[in-house]
Design a protein around this ligand. Structure first.
Ligand code: SAM
Length: 281
């Protein structure tokens, strides 16, 4: 039906969102980009018909990929975002006053351009923050060559098809590890493990070989359908074990007022159900 946007990411499972008003529909150099309005989720960005972000539920995803590693680290100054073209990840990272420099490496200038124009609620001015350095490049190429020194690296990628595929390879993860400062933390979007088990198990196999602490954590994001989404976590530090009272103190000091994140949710997100835990072996 022409007034529904249907995501067919999986062979036998699809989700559809009603398109109330189509605001943009175009082929960028890399992918088909559409922005439309939906009564429940507000403005929705799709790339190749796969939902990337919505005004309604993006905060869950962006807060969990930023506040969890940044507050666990405790002193993050230099952050690298790979992907993230809609600006939502930069928005949340830049809420941390201690972060002095953010490098965002996005392959598709078209996503940035159109998100700024059609989804300003996503970036909320982040692209104009002087701490943000936007690099239009392939994240895998960038990671191969960067001098690094990042306290936190956040991979906010599309799924492992098309341009995002390289961001799920052992080679990329190895370069990302090298680009981390000694106590640095790498976090990745790893899909919905009930439907995409291989995506998580492949990343976890690579992380286990690279990091002293390799695991994942979970959050449920309505438009990433099929159960909770997994985020990869790799670090040589013990930041994951930061006690709850320490996280609560850092959270208060940061002056955040999140939609979803709380220090309690942060700790609980690392409690994994059996079907997910088995994918880590
Ligand atoms: N959260 C979304 C999801 O899981 O559906 C993805 C967010 S979207 C901001 C992901 C971004 O990664 C897109 O803007 C895309 O252009 C970018 N991207 C894909 N492959 C990339 C690559 N190799 N290097 C840098 N950015 C890439």
């Amino acid at each position: 039906m022409s007034d529904w946007s249907t995501e067919k990411l999986h062979a036998d499972y699809a989700q559809s969102l009603r398109v109330d008003r189509l605001l943009y529909d175009s082929e960028t150099d890399h992918q088909r980009l559409r922005v439309f309005e939906n009564p429940t989720f507000g403005r929705v960005l799709t790339l190749d018909d796969v939902v990337q972000t919505t005004e309604g539920d993006n905060a869950i995803y962006h807060e969990m990929l930023t506040h969890v590693p940044i507050l666990a680290h405790g002193a993050a100054q230099r952050v690298c975002i790979v992907g993230g073209g809609d600006g939502g990840m930069a928005r949340e990272v830049l809420k941390h006053a201690g972060v002095t420099h953010v490098t965002m490496v996005e392959i598709d200038a078209g996503v940035v351009e159109f998100s700024r124009q059609y989804l300003p609620a996503l970036s909320q001015g982040a692209f104009d923050d002087p701490r943000l350095d936007l690099v239009i490049a392939d994240g895998a190429d960038f990671m191969r060559n960067t001098p690094g020194g990042y306290d936190v690296i956040i991979v906010d990628s599309t799924d492992p098809v098309g341009p995002g595929e390289v961001l799920f390879t052992d080679t990329f993860y190895g370069h990302a590890k090298r680009a981390l400062a000694p106590d640095g933390i790498l976090v990745t979007q790893n899909g919905v493990p009930f439907l995409q088990p291989d995506e998580l198990s492949n990343t976890m196999r690579a992380f286990t070989a690279l990091f002293a602490d390799a695991t994942c954590y979970l959050a449920t994001i309505p438009t990433y359908a099929g159960g909770p989404m997994a985020f990869g976590w790799g670090s040589d530090s013990d930041a994951r074990a930061t006690p709850l009272d320490v996280l609560q103190g850092r959270f208060q000091a940061a002056g955040l007022d999140p939609f979803y994140y709380t220090p309690e949710v942060h700790k609980a997100a690392f409690a994994l159900p059996g079907y997910v835990r088995r994918l880590l072996r």
